[in-house]
Design a protein around this ligand. Structure first.
Ligand SMILES: [Zn+2]
Length: 402
């Protein structure tokens, strides 16, 4: 009997280790490696550092191996030529049975979170799917499911995710995905809004020195979380008052899109950093953990501070029903919003979009424009212009409807 199981390992600088059963996203510099056998030769493929992607790669690979072992589509080189199936390839597998089998398989091998996601997607699909066997599932069934999700006022992004899980189910049983390119659910990546000046004032007023330095840094440089984690003192040019995002291969850090670049920073931040440097003359990183390693808890620090400052929105709930009013878990406080605020404030101050693009190290201007879209709608300048546009008309008296 052919071996149809795959295994996930974690590759780091020091070598390989087995991955735990319940996967979690890996830190930068580590990656999941999927291994399996084709005949007697062992194959391996890096599948990134994100748990859900690695998990899906494993599920898909095992499904492919099973199909191949059954004499299905042994398309991969290394397999002996596929023998003709004895029966006309399982004339019809019961739909409900397939769902149950599949979910129990996911439950056995995968994390709770993954299981939960597949469960909810397949449960919804089962309600609207009219096919009795998985071979007879059609595009219409999937479209009906999409419509049902839309009617349930599900966000396009969530719908796209559900459909991705459904697709994995189809592929698991060797059924080709029946959807057309035009059926794809489009969604816009949500871009965070900039913080208001008032929120920032209150946040900084409640901050302790360590927090103040970190969040002033994120605001003043506009860097991404990873870039702040790996920011070193060598990246700060105190005389030219700039901060440089640079590659650190030994730490496993490469800037996104491989874009290095230098950002001018305000005097106030230079002073803050100068004082911090004197206080911590030995560290390489600007904001390290106590043991010197990169700090992966910046978001948690921000959420704690926002909670302490009484700035939580009071509208976020977790699965346990706890509210952000009572807990440091408000979704409105995120590190990326500092980057957005950085761009917005420079834009309002009159810095050109081209220059902001360079400071944000966006490879395309479109990205920067999308970033700034609507950012100045609330500004005083815009208010003046909006009023000026219609000033010539003067105040229109209510005229009788014509
Ligand atoms: Zn909240």
């Amino acid at each position: 009997m052919a071996n149809t199981t795959g295994k996930l390992y974690i590759r780091s600088k020091v070598g390989y280790r087995k991955s735990p059963k319940r996967l979690a996203d890996l830190p930068l510099g580590e990656t999941f490696v999927l291994t399996w056998y084709e005949g007697k030769s062992k194959k391996a493929k890096a599948v990134g550092r994100f748990a859900d992607i690695a998990q899906t790669a494993l599920i898909n690979k095992e499904a492919e191996l099973k199909r191949a072992a059954l004499g299905g589509s042994a398309s991969k080189p290394g397999f002996p030529p596929a023998p003709k199936p004895e029966k006309p390839a399982i004339a019809g597998r019961d739909f409900a049975q397939a769902v149950t089998t599949y979910l129990s398989e996911v439950k056995r091998g995968k994390s709770k979170k993954t299981y939960f996601a597949y469960n909810i997607a397949l449960e919804g699909f089962s309600k609207v799917c009219k096919a009795e066997t998985i071979e007879t599932m059609t595009r219409q069934d999937v479209l009906r499911y999409t419509d049902a999700l839309r009617e349930g006022r599900m966000a396009p992004r969530t719908i796209a995710n559900r459909l991705a899980f459904l697709k994995t189910f189809f592929k698991h049983f060797g059924i080709s995905w029946p959807m057309l390119k035009t059926d794809r659910v489009k969604f816009t990546e949500k871009t965070a809004e900039a913080y208001s000046i008032e929120d920032l004032r209150r946040l900084f007023a409640a901050a302790e020195q360590e927090e103040l330095e970190l969040f002033e840094f994120l605001l003043g440089t506009g860097v991404r979380e990873q870039e702040a984690m790996f920011a070193t003192w060598r990246d700060v040019d105190f005389s030219n008052k700039t901060f440089k995002v640079s590659e650190k291969l030994d730490l496993g850090f490469t800037p996104k899109d491989k874009e290095e670049g230098s950002i001018p920073i305000p005097d106030s931040l230079v002073e803050l950093l100068d004082a911090r440097r004197k206080q911590y003359p030995e560290t390489r990183l600007i904001f390290p953990m106590p043991d010197g390693r990169p700090n992966g808890h910046m978001l948690r620090s921000l959420q704690r501070l926002a909670h302490r400052a009484g700035l939580n929105c009071g509208g976020c709930y977790n699965r346990a029903g706890e509210c952000c009013k009572d807990k440091a878990m408000c979704h409105h406080w995120g590190l990326h919003r500092f980057r957005k605020t950085f761009a917005t404030m420079h834009h309002e101050a009159g810095v050109t979009v081209r220059t902001i693009q360079r400071w944000l190290r966006h490879s395309s201007l479109d990205t920067t424009l999308r970033y700034l879209a609507g950012s100045d709608d609330k500004s005083e300048k815009t208010r003046t212009k909006v009023n000026a546009s219609f000033a010539a008309i003067g105040h229109q008296p209510k005229s009788s409807a014509t």
